[in-house]
Design a protein around this ligand. Structure first.
Ligand code: ZN
Ligand code: ZN
Length: 243
Protein backbone atom coordinates (compact mmCIF):
# COMPACT_ATOMS: atom_id res chain seq x y z
CA UNK A 1 0.00 0.00 0.00
CA UNK A 2 2.88 2.32 0.75
CA UNK A 3 4.31 2.19 -2.78
CA UNK A 4 0.84 2.82 -4.21
CA UNK A 5 0.41 5.91 -2.04
CA UNK A 6 3.88 7.10 -3.06
CA UNK A 7 3.17 6.65 -6.77
CA UNK A 8 0.31 9.15 -6.43
CA UNK A 9 2.42 11.70 -4.62
CA UNK A 10 3.98 13.32 -7.69
CA UNK A 11 0.81 13.74 -9.82
CA UNK A 12 -0.95 15.17 -6.76
CA UNK A 13 1.93 17.56 -6.17
CA UNK A 14 1.82 18.66 -9.82
CA UNK A 15 -1.93 19.14 -9.63
CA UNK A 16 -1.46 21.24 -6.48
CA UNK A 17 1.18 23.35 -8.27
CA UNK A 18 -1.18 23.81 -11.22
CA UNK A 19 -4.10 24.85 -9.03
CA UNK A 20 -1.89 27.19 -7.00
CA UNK A 21 -0.80 28.88 -10.25
CA UNK A 22 -4.45 29.52 -11.13
CA UNK A 23 -5.42 30.91 -7.73
CA UNK A 24 -2.31 32.57 -6.32
CA UNK A 25 0.03 35.26 -7.68
CA UNK A 26 3.34 33.86 -9.06
CA UNK A 27 5.74 32.72 -6.31
CA UNK A 28 9.54 32.99 -6.20
CA UNK A 29 10.89 29.61 -7.36
CA UNK A 30 13.44 29.54 -4.51
CA UNK A 31 11.66 30.91 -1.40
CA UNK A 32 7.98 31.08 -2.36
CA UNK A 33 7.27 34.79 -1.66
CA UNK A 34 5.03 36.52 -4.19
CA UNK A 35 7.30 37.42 -7.10
CA UNK A 36 7.68 36.22 -10.67
CA UNK A 37 10.74 33.97 -11.21
CA UNK A 38 13.30 34.72 -8.50
CA UNK A 39 12.57 37.47 -5.95
CA UNK A 40 15.26 40.24 -5.61
CA UNK A 41 16.79 38.87 -2.33
CA UNK A 42 17.07 35.35 -3.82
CA UNK A 43 18.63 36.84 -6.94
CA UNK A 44 21.21 38.65 -4.78
CA UNK A 45 21.96 35.39 -2.96
CA UNK A 46 22.87 33.55 -6.17
CA UNK A 47 26.55 32.67 -5.80
CA UNK A 48 27.64 32.29 -9.43
CA UNK A 49 30.97 30.68 -10.17
CA UNK A 50 32.22 33.43 -12.42
CA UNK A 51 34.92 33.11 -15.08
CA UNK A 52 37.82 32.89 -15.48
CA UNK A 53 37.53 29.33 -14.18
CA UNK A 54 40.19 26.65 -14.05
CA UNK A 55 39.74 24.43 -17.13
CA UNK A 56 40.18 21.38 -14.93
CA UNK A 57 38.31 21.93 -11.66
CA UNK A 58 36.21 25.06 -12.25
CA UNK A 59 37.64 26.99 -9.28
CA UNK A 60 38.73 30.59 -10.01
CA UNK A 61 41.70 30.78 -12.37
CA UNK A 62 44.18 33.64 -12.62
CA UNK A 63 43.54 34.25 -16.31
CA UNK A 64 41.08 33.09 -19.02
CA UNK A 65 41.98 29.60 -20.20
CA UNK A 66 44.34 29.15 -17.25
CA UNK A 67 44.49 26.79 -14.30
CA UNK A 68 43.87 27.43 -10.61
CA UNK A 69 47.20 26.35 -9.12
CA UNK A 70 45.65 23.37 -7.28
CA UNK A 71 47.25 19.94 -7.74
CA UNK A 72 43.95 18.25 -8.78
CA UNK A 73 45.12 14.97 -7.24
CA UNK A 74 41.53 14.29 -6.14
CA UNK A 75 40.35 14.58 -9.74
CA UNK A 76 42.44 11.71 -11.09
CA UNK A 77 39.57 10.27 -13.16
CA UNK A 78 37.78 13.58 -13.80
CA UNK A 79 39.10 15.60 -16.73
CA UNK A 80 36.86 18.63 -16.26
CA UNK A 81 34.40 19.83 -13.64
CA UNK A 82 31.69 22.38 -14.45
CA UNK A 83 29.02 23.79 -12.09
CA UNK A 84 27.38 27.22 -12.50
CA UNK A 85 26.55 27.89 -8.82
CA UNK A 86 27.69 27.45 -5.25
CA UNK A 87 25.35 25.34 -3.13
CA UNK A 88 25.31 28.01 -0.44
CA UNK A 89 22.45 30.52 -0.79
CA UNK A 90 19.88 30.42 -3.55
CA UNK A 91 21.61 27.65 -5.55
CA UNK A 92 20.98 25.16 -2.74
CA UNK A 93 17.42 26.42 -2.22
CA UNK A 94 16.68 25.85 -5.92
CA UNK A 95 18.16 22.33 -5.80
CA UNK A 96 16.00 21.48 -2.77
CA UNK A 97 12.88 22.88 -4.49
CA UNK A 98 13.70 20.79 -7.54
CA UNK A 99 14.64 17.60 -5.72
CA UNK A 100 12.27 17.52 -2.76
CA UNK A 101 9.23 19.42 -4.14
CA UNK A 102 9.58 18.45 -7.84
CA UNK A 103 9.12 22.17 -8.60
CA UNK A 104 9.08 22.56 -12.39
CA UNK A 105 10.13 26.25 -12.26
CA UNK A 106 13.25 25.46 -10.19
CA UNK A 107 14.04 22.50 -12.45
CA UNK A 108 13.88 24.58 -15.63
CA UNK A 109 15.93 27.39 -14.06
CA UNK A 110 18.72 25.00 -12.94
CA UNK A 111 18.78 23.31 -16.32
CA UNK A 112 19.24 26.66 -18.09
CA UNK A 113 22.10 27.56 -15.73
CA UNK A 114 23.83 24.23 -16.43
CA UNK A 115 23.47 24.65 -20.21
CA UNK A 116 24.93 28.17 -19.96
CA UNK A 117 27.89 27.03 -17.83
CA UNK A 118 28.66 24.10 -20.11
CA UNK A 119 28.56 26.28 -23.21
CA UNK A 120 30.72 28.92 -21.50
CA UNK A 121 33.27 26.22 -20.57
CA UNK A 122 33.23 25.67 -24.33
CA UNK A 123 35.26 22.52 -24.71
CA UNK A 124 34.90 21.05 -28.21
CA UNK A 125 36.45 17.78 -27.10
CA UNK A 126 33.13 16.80 -25.52
CA UNK A 127 31.01 17.29 -28.65
CA UNK A 128 30.52 13.53 -29.18
CA UNK A 129 30.15 12.78 -25.48
CA UNK A 130 27.30 10.85 -23.94
CA UNK A 131 25.60 12.11 -20.78
CA UNK A 132 25.38 9.65 -17.89
CA UNK A 133 23.29 10.57 -14.82
CA UNK A 134 24.41 9.57 -11.33
CA UNK A 135 21.64 7.09 -10.49
CA UNK A 136 19.33 7.04 -7.49
CA UNK A 137 18.65 3.76 -5.74
CA UNK A 138 15.34 2.29 -6.95
CA UNK A 139 13.81 2.63 -3.48
CA UNK A 140 14.64 6.33 -3.26
CA UNK A 141 13.37 6.92 -6.80
CA UNK A 142 10.03 5.36 -5.82
CA UNK A 143 9.83 7.55 -2.71
CA UNK A 144 10.71 10.72 -4.63
CA UNK A 145 8.61 9.93 -7.68
CA UNK A 146 11.39 10.87 -10.09
CA UNK A 147 15.17 10.74 -10.59
CA UNK A 148 16.58 14.26 -10.58
CA UNK A 149 19.91 13.49 -12.29
CA UNK A 150 18.20 11.46 -15.03
CA UNK A 151 15.79 14.36 -15.61
CA UNK A 152 18.70 16.83 -15.88
CA UNK A 153 20.66 14.54 -18.24
CA UNK A 154 17.64 14.23 -20.54
CA UNK A 155 17.11 18.00 -20.64
CA UNK A 156 20.81 18.68 -21.18
CA UNK A 157 20.85 16.11 -23.99
CA UNK A 158 18.02 17.89 -25.79
CA UNK A 159 19.56 21.34 -25.38
CA UNK A 160 23.19 20.44 -26.05
CA UNK A 161 22.53 17.89 -28.80
CA UNK A 162 24.23 15.07 -26.85
CA UNK A 163 23.07 11.52 -26.25
CA UNK A 164 21.67 10.96 -22.75
CA UNK A 165 22.46 7.32 -21.99
CA UNK A 166 20.13 6.01 -19.29
CA UNK A 167 20.79 2.82 -17.35
CA UNK A 168 24.59 2.93 -17.77
CA UNK A 169 25.23 3.21 -14.05
CA UNK A 170 23.11 1.63 -11.33
CA UNK A 171 23.12 2.22 -7.59
CA UNK A 172 23.22 -1.19 -5.94
CA UNK A 173 23.20 0.01 -2.33
CA UNK A 174 20.83 2.53 -0.81
CA UNK A 175 23.58 4.49 0.95
CA UNK A 176 22.93 7.29 3.43
CA UNK A 177 22.81 10.77 1.85
CA UNK A 178 26.37 12.17 1.77
CA UNK A 179 25.38 15.04 4.08
CA UNK A 180 23.99 12.70 6.77
CA UNK A 181 25.87 13.17 10.09
CA UNK A 182 26.10 9.35 10.46
CA UNK A 183 28.38 9.24 7.36
CA UNK A 184 31.92 9.15 8.76
CA UNK A 185 33.71 8.62 5.43
CA UNK A 186 32.05 9.94 2.30
CA UNK A 187 34.37 7.89 0.10
CA UNK A 188 33.62 4.71 2.09
CA UNK A 189 29.89 5.46 1.95
CA UNK A 190 29.80 5.35 -1.86
CA UNK A 191 32.71 3.13 -2.88
CA UNK A 192 30.74 -0.08 -3.47
CA UNK A 193 27.38 1.58 -4.09
CA UNK A 194 27.58 1.89 -7.88
CA UNK A 195 28.10 -0.50 -10.80
CA UNK A 196 28.20 -0.23 -14.59
CA UNK A 197 25.17 -2.03 -15.96
CA UNK A 198 25.55 -1.16 -19.64
CA UNK A 199 29.01 -0.33 -21.02
CA UNK A 200 28.26 -0.25 -24.74
CA UNK A 201 27.53 3.53 -24.98
CA UNK A 202 30.81 4.27 -23.16
CA UNK A 203 33.48 2.47 -25.12
CA UNK A 204 36.09 4.84 -26.44
CA UNK A 205 33.82 7.85 -25.91
CA UNK A 206 34.05 10.91 -23.71
CA UNK A 207 31.39 10.84 -20.99
CA UNK A 208 29.77 13.69 -19.08
CA UNK A 209 28.57 12.56 -15.66
CA UNK A 210 25.49 14.56 -14.58
CA UNK A 211 24.23 15.22 -11.05
CA UNK A 212 22.46 17.98 -9.13
CA UNK A 213 25.26 18.74 -6.64
CA UNK A 214 29.01 18.13 -6.29
CA UNK A 215 29.90 18.25 -2.59
CA UNK A 216 32.89 16.24 -1.40
CA UNK A 217 33.18 14.72 -4.88
CA UNK A 218 33.22 11.18 -3.46
CA UNK A 219 30.20 10.12 -5.54
CA UNK A 220 31.56 11.66 -8.75
CA UNK A 221 35.01 10.13 -8.19
CA UNK A 222 33.57 6.65 -7.60
CA UNK A 223 31.35 6.90 -10.72
CA UNK A 224 34.13 8.38 -12.89
CA UNK A 225 36.52 5.56 -11.95
CA UNK A 226 33.88 2.94 -12.88
CA UNK A 227 33.15 4.69 -16.20
CA UNK A 228 36.86 4.82 -17.09
CA UNK A 229 37.31 1.15 -16.14
CA UNK A 230 34.34 0.32 -18.43
CA UNK A 231 36.03 2.01 -21.40
CA UNK A 232 35.10 5.72 -21.33
CA UNK A 233 37.84 7.77 -23.01
CA UNK A 234 37.58 10.53 -20.40
CA UNK A 235 34.99 11.80 -17.92
CA UNK A 236 33.73 15.32 -17.24
CA UNK A 237 31.34 16.19 -14.42
CA UNK A 238 28.48 18.69 -14.87
CA UNK A 239 26.35 19.61 -11.85
CA UNK A 240 24.02 22.52 -11.01
CA UNK A 241 25.87 23.42 -7.79
CA UNK A 242 29.02 22.62 -5.91
CA UNK A 243 29.92 23.33 -2.33
ZN1 ZN B 1 12.89 34.33 -3.21
ZN1 ZN C 1 41.86 23.79 -10.81
Amino acid sequence: MVSRAVSWRRPLRELAHGLADLILPPACIACGVAAPGLCPPCRRNLDWRRPPACGRCGEPALEPGGRCGGDHAELRHIAQLVAPLRYAGTGGALVRRFKLDADPGAAAWLLRAMVGAWQAAGSSRWRHACLVPVPLHARRRRQRGFDQAAWLAKGLGRRLGLEAAAGVLVRRLDTLPQGDPRVLSRQGNVEAAFAVQRSRPLRGRPVVLVDDVFTSGATARACARLLRDAGAAEVAVLTACRS
